[in-house]
Design a protein around this ligand. Structure first.
Ligand SMILES: NC(=O)c1ccc[n+]([C@@H]2O[C@H](COP(=O)([O-])OP(=O)(O)OC[C@H]3O[C@@H](n4cnc5c(N)ncnc54)[C@H](O)[C@@H]3O)[C@@H](O)[C@H]2O)c1
Length: 259
């Protein structure tokens, strides 16, 4: 076992499933202890139990990141069970897409911002004083290629992802003097269980999967592990002079010109 995150304590939101779960798995393999903070109690506990079978170090705390009091309680519980967090991965987000901008209801707008932006801020605001007191830390905000490119019918998801870059840059400047690094990690299409569910709901799942794969110059979608490894890099001392940045891990998708 390598131990690039030895003695580190990480909170990962939305780690019951998908990319967050893969990051939790990789962080544990690199020697960290991990709090899985997720709104899905069944999947969250199952993920923690499964990871602990490989070796102890994971704990689940039921959390709705949109609720600031729930976030405070989750961080306090993490401190009690594991110790003060030195890493925060803001990952939990709603991916509600497929509507024309004018047909997005006020409720949907607020729901998306409540999780995708407010949720990230609630977690940052709660861990920053602890990291400051400890003399440093690393915050990783999971963004997206949609933080840089606009694809029709990704509203307001893309707006929330653009906002994440602003949050990242702003906090990096304000907390750099305290040795707290804040970076964004921005994936292209990732093959999560929910992505497969969406493809399976189409008439031709293989064609749906292949259609999105071809928009990446690498001609395939990412595995979850291909996002988890860069998340290790951003959490570890290997990226120690890097803050306020967006690490785009998208198989080259964001550099292609489409006419
Ligand atoms: N999957 C992709 O292709 C892709 C691409 C680019 C960026 N991203 C980003 O990566 C992150 C993870 O995406 P994913 O595809 O793994 O998502 P997912 O839907 O597979 O998993 C999201 C997890 O977040 C949890 N969650 C949802 N709302 C929550 C809340 N209010 N409080 C706490 N937990 C909550 C869910 O229960 C779930 O476990 C998101 O920020 C997403 O925008 C995903």
């Amino acid at each position: 076992m390598s131990a690039r995150l030895k003695n580190q304590i990480a909170i990962i939101t939305g780690a019951a499933d998908g990319i967050g779960r893969a990051i939790a798995e990789r962080y544990l393999a690199e020697g960290a202890k991990v709090c899985i903070a997720d709104i899905n109690a069944d999947l969250g506990q199952e993920a923690a139990d499964r990871l602990n079978r490989e070796g102890p170090g994971a704990t689940f705390v039921h959390t709705d990141v949109a609720d600031p009091e729930a976030v405070q309680a989750m961080v306090a519980e993490t401190c009690r069970r594991l110790g003060n967090p030195s890493i925060l991965v803001n990952n939990a987000a709603l991916i509600e897409v497929g509507k024309d901008a004018l047909s997005v209801s006020d409720d949907a707008w607020r729901r998306n911002f409540a999780v995708n932006l407010d949720g990230y801020w609630h977690c940052c605001r709660t861990v920053l004083p602890l990291m400051k007191e400890a003399g440093g830390g690393s915050i990783i905000n999971i963004g997206s290629v949609h933080a840089f490119q606009i694809v029709p019918q990704y509203f307001p998801y893309a707006v929330t992802k653009h906002a994440i870059i602003g949050l990242t840059r702003n906090l990096a400047v304000e907390y750099g003097p305290f040795n707290i690094r804040v970076n964004a990690l921005c994936p292209g299409m990732v093959e999560t269980p929910n992505a497969f569910k969406a493809w399976e709901a189409t008439d031709d799942p293989d064609a749906a999967r292949a259609a999105i794969a071809t928009i990446h110059p690498l001609r395939r979608n990412a595995s979850m592990e291909e996002i988890a490894y860069p998340a290790v890099f951003l959490a570890s001392h290997e990226s120690s002079f890097m803050t306020g940045q967006s690490l785009i891990v998208d198989g080259g998708r964001s550099v292609v010109y489409h006419d």
